[in-house]
Ligand binder design. Structure first.
Ligand SMILES: Nc1ncnc2c1ncn2[C@@H]1O[C@H](COP(=O)(O)OP(=O)(O)O)[C@@H](O)[C@H]1O
Ligand SMILES: [Mg+2]
Length: 237
C-alpha cells in the first residue's frame, strides 16, 4: 500500500496542495481526476520526491517510501528516438546500475538486456526491440515508456496524463495495460487522466482533486462533474 498523508506543497506564499490524503493499494489502478491547475502533477511530483513538501508523509508498505521504488511515465514520452527500443528500455535501469554502465550505455550487460526484453514482452512489443524508437507509433512509444519504467523494478507506477496525446484506441490499450500491470504484477498504479470516461472504464477507484484538496474518493462510477465546475464567484449586488 502506498499512502500519501497530509501532502502540503507551497510555491512561494501560494499553497497548491492543502494536506492531501491518498492511498493506493498494491494491485490497484487509481485514477486521479481534476481540472487544470488542481494540483495533480504536483501531487505526483511531491510523492515521488521531485518537489519539496511543506508537510506530509509518503509511506510504502508501512515504511518511508524510497523514491527509487516509484517509476514514472508522462504525456511527453521522451524516448531517445535514434536508439533502439531495447536500449531505451535498458535505460530504465540506469538509476540502479554502477556508474560505468550509465556512462557507456553500449555496455548494458547481457542480463539487463534480457530483463529489458522481458519488460518489452510484458507490454507486447518484444518484436520491435531492435527498431529505432522513433519509428513506433505514439501508443507503441508510450508502451515502451511503460516497459522502461518496469525495468526500474518499481513497486509503484505513476503515470501523469499518459494518454493525453494518444488516439482513443491507443489510449484504451495503454490504460488496459496499466490496469493489467496493477492487477497481475501487484504494482500500486496511480494515473492522472483527463477523461472521466477512461477512468470509469479502467480504474479500480477514482480520486478527484479540486483546488489542491481531495473532493472525491470512490468507485469509478461516481459523478465527477463537481471537479470541473468553475469556482463560485460571488454575485455582484
Ligand atoms: N514550479 C511551480 N512554481 C509555481 N507554481 C507552480 C509550479 N508548478 C505548478 N504550479 C502551480 O500549481 C498549481 C497546480 O499545478 P499542477 O500540479 O501542475 O496542476 P495539474 O497537474 O492538476 O494541472 C497550478 O496553479 C500551477 O500554476
Ligand atoms: Mg498536470
Amino acid at each position: 500500500m502506498l499512502t500519501l498523508t497530509a501532502i502540503t506543497v507551497r510555491y512561494g506564499d501560494r499553497q497548491v496542495l492543502h494536506g492531501v490524503d491518498v492511498s493506493v493499494a498494491r494491485g490497484e489502478l487509481l485514477a486521479v481526476l481534476g481540472a487544470n491547475g488542481s494540483g495533480k502533477s504536483t501531487l505526483l511530483r511531491a510523492a515521488a520526491g521531485l518537489e519539496p513538501m511543506a508537510a506530509g508523509e509518503v509511506t510504502l508498505d508501512g515504511a518511508t517510501c524510497d523514491p527509487l521504488d516509484i517509476a514514472m511515465v508522462f504525456q511527453h514520452i521522451h524516448l531517445v528516438r535514434r536508439r533502439t527500443v531495447l536500449d531505451n528500455v535498458c535505460a530504465g535501469a540506469l538509476g540502479r546500475l554502477p556508474l560505468h554502465h550509465s556512462l557507456h550505455p553500449a555496455l548494458f550487460p547481457k542480463d539487463l538486456r534480457e530483463e529489458a526484453m522481458a519488460c518489452l514482452d510484458r507490454v507486447g512489443l518484444a518484436d520491435r526491440a531492435h527498431d529505432r524508437a522513433g519509428r513506433l507509433s505514439g501508443g507503441q512509444q508510450q508502451r515502451v515508456a511503460v516497459a522502461r519504467a518496469l525495468c526500474q523494478r518499481p513497486r509503484v507506477l505513476f503515470a501523469d496524463e499518459p494518454v493525453s496525446a494518444l488516439d482513443p484506441a491507443a489510449s484504451d490499450q495503454v490504460l488496459g495495460l496499466l490496469a493489467e500491470l496493477a492487477h497481475e504484477e501487484n504494482l500500486a498504479v496511480l494515473a492522472v487522466l483527463h477523461q472521466p470516461s477512461l477512468a470509469a472504464r479502467h480504474a479500480d477507484r477514482v480520486v478527484g482533486l479540486r483546488e489542491g484538496r481531495v473532493a472525491l474518493d470512490g468507485p469509478p462510477q461516481d459523478n465527477v462533474d463537481i471537479l470541473y465546475q468553475p469556482t463560485t464567484v460571488k454575485a455582484a449586488s
